[in-house]
Design a protein around this ligand. Structure first.
Ligand SMILES: *Cc1c(COP(=O)(O)O)cnc(C)c1O
Ligand SMILES: [Zn+2]
Length: 399
């Protein structure tokens, strides 16, 4: 029977309970659903290209109004130029930038909103600094329902503008951003707003499909490593869950080594991992250009630590300098402009190659989580190669 599950204390809850965290130990809950009786051949023959291709892997049974903008089904491309430059023979980029609002968040939002409607909600909300707000705003518009976005004070104007195009009610909240997540769950319950935050169990269901797609693209011969930018930890968990489900079905021979990447200026999970701690500690002064992954107290932090430990994964951090450099290299060598939060994955690929952890022959997937255009503040770091000219100078200047 499908249910919500706490992987720490092993308690089960009803699937339709409006619960996001375990009331007993406050850890995030996960959806446990009966895996479909399907096989690899059946899967590869499916014609749907969006994530709804995996419909029977979601807990959405019966009559469901699906809210979709054709999220998922993103390209996995080989990085020939940058890969060679780093010294890696098989580096692949999973281009999540090509989702409808420019980040992987759309996968989770599609399932999260469809579930909210199924439960009878007509209002949704989220706590976000950018991508998730844009995603929830867009999908709420698509569903024709109202959305409520809680942001922290000082959110950049251009981000606010982007979110506003979808016409949600935005609350700029003073106080601890990490605490806002917990407050949102309380107030949502009171006001009948379904909050689709970073590690909402149903958001995770949508986001696990990244792993499914990678498995299919490699004809079920999985990569050795997957590099994942980590903030709240919802996506790291989702990707792990996706691989685990295919592994349990016997579709893949192993679960890849998952490398979670944080920004040095805000790396509570990487810090705890390095020190061998079981639980994360709140970061006091978070400071990084990778705004989209700057969560000082990640709600799924402890769960990410557990997974990394139990599955020979790793949680690492990279500096702003390394992040900017990786962003530039991706643009320059592969023509893909991703945002700093997203460039952390390539930054750590480069770093782990330098440190000798990666040898060169491994099959590696780097998840490019979000579009550079969603975070235009970085343009100040780019100096245009620009010359002024008048019409009759074009000939000589283009020599
Ligand atoms: C949200 C986000 C992340 C981090 O995902 P979590 O589930 O919060 O760990 C990474 N990169 C980008 C671009 C994001 O928008
Ligand atoms: Zn529990």
């Amino acid at each position: 029977m499908n249910h919500l599950y706490c992987s720490l204390c092993r308690k089960k809850y009803g699937l339709k309970e409006i619960l996001f965290r375990c009331p007993k130990c406050n850890e995030p809950l996960e959806v446990v659903c009966e895996l479909p009786k399907t096989n690899k051949d059946d899967l590869t023959r499916r014609r749907e290209n969006s994530l709804w291709r995996y419909k029977d892997f979601f807990p959405l049974k019966g009559k469901i109004k699906k809210i979709s903008l054709n999220e998922g089904g993103t390209p996995l491309i080989k990085s020939f130029n940058l890969g060679r430059k780093i010294g890696l023979r098989s580096l692949y980029l999973k281009n999540e930038i090509l989702n409808p609002t420019g980040s992987f968040k759309d996968r989770g939002t599609s399932i999260g909103i469809s579930w909210a409607l199924h439960l009878g909600f007509d209002k949704v909300g989220t706590v976000s600094t950018g991508n998730m707000a844009v995603s929830v705003g867009a999908y709420a518009a698509r569903a024709g329902i109202k959305s409520f976005i809680l942001v922290s004070v000082g959110i950049p104007k251009n981000k606010l503008g982007h979110i506003s195009t979808f016409n949600p009610l935005i609350l700029e909240v003073e106080g601890d951003y990490g605490q806002l997540y917990y407050e949102s769950l309380k107030i949502g319950k009171k006001k009948g707003i379904y909050f689709i935050n970073s590690d909402n169990p149903f958001r995770v269901e949508g986001q696990k499909t990244v792993a499914f797609e990678i498995c299919e693209k490699f004809s079920f011969d999985v990569p050795d490593f997957v590099f994942i930018p980590v903030s709240a930890g919802g996506n790291f968990f989702a990707i792990y869950k996706g691989f685990k489900e295919f592994y349990n079905l016997g579709f893949i021979p192993k679960i890849p080594e998952l490398i979670g990447v944080q920004a040095e200026g805000c790396s509570p999970i990487a810090n705890a991992f390095k020190k061998g701690k079981k639980s994360i500690e709140r970061v006091k002064n978070s400071q990084t250009i990778a705004h989209a992954i700057a969560n000082p107290f990640p709600p799924s932090g402890n769960r990410v630590l557990r997974i990394a430990r139990e599955n020979k994964g790793k949680i690492v951090s990279v500096s702003d300098k390394e992040i900017l450099n990786a962003q530039k290299l991706l643009s320059k060598y592969e023509g893909i402009f991703c945002q700093p939060a997203s460039a952390t994955s390539i930054a750590s690929v480069i770093k782990l190659k330098k440190e000798g952890y990666l040898k060169g022959g491994e099959v590696i997937v780097s998840i490019l989580t979000g579009n550079g255009l969603n975070d235009p503040s970085v343009f100040e770091y780019y100096k245009p190669n620009l010359k002024k000219a008048n019409l009759n100078e074009l000939d000589s200047l283009l020599n």
